[in-house]
Design a protein around this ligand. Sequence first.
Ligand code: F6P
Length: 322
Amino acid sequence: MRLGVLTSGGDAPGMNAAIRAVVRQADALGHEVWGIHRGYQGLLEGDMAPMPSRACANILQRGGTVLHTARCAEFHQTEQRALAAAKLKAAGIEALVVIGGDGSFRAAEALQREHGVACAGIPGTIDNDLPGTERTLGFDTALNTAVEAIDRIRDTASSHGRLFLVEVMGRSSGMLAVHTALACGAEAVLYPESPEDSYENLVSQLNANWLRGKRSSIVVVAEGDTVGRAVAVGERLKLDHSLDLRVVVLGHVQRGGSPTAIDRIWGSRWGCEVVRRLDRGERGFYVGEVAGALVAQPLARILEPQPAPPGDLGRLVSVLAR
Ligand code: F6P
């Protein structure tokens, strides 16, 4: 069997581990893999080439994706998906492995449903916002990167007695924000799924901390928070309370860097599992992790609502900020 593999959407540390595992597990089972460059954009342009085992040497530890990636707006059109199906057929590719997040899996689901292309997914996004899996590749690395950065900010915040608002990524999900806040002992966190997500609540939390004698604070702000992005929240706080505060937007720093051991291990396990399932004739699924176990979900599960972070994490942040 000839398989195609692509990475799509925002890159995530651990994607290379998954690519390597797909290629080498396929090789071990007597299948051939073609690498498709620049995600669905490259597929539409026929930008693909055979990817032998040796092409995956020394990529396990590297961040980003050796296949490159893209956000491909054209792929929202069914005619473009038909063109992609034709390109795969012409190249003799019988099944497509998609490593990406929500948008990439939705595209794969449509490609299979409308045009009969056999698709399989490996969750790759720092946002950790996919239904049916408690982990996505890159989340652990991005979380550790954000925590390390905030530990550094903590030193200067406490030296100056300042308030820092630190914005983390996550698209419309607060998963990265709330885990970061808990891991770095933030005084408060703003994230969209929080039942207490309001400007007024933030102000009262900061006041309570001041009365307890805290002279510096870190507030983690999810980029998709409904109160506003960190810069806007900071401007409002400055106007209302004339505070000495600083804003840091961590941005794409969170997307780069060498993957953690956890992201390498899950990239490797998922890459192998996807190929083993395709080898057994399974189609239309994505792999994931639930309660520590490797699972597979029907591709159509991607259409379910985005999962919320565990309900107690936000509450723990405020309890532990005392
Ligand atoms: O989905 C991953 C992600 O990093 C989100 O957290 C963020 O909102 C988005 O991608 C940024 O995308 P881009 O790199 O295209 O600006």
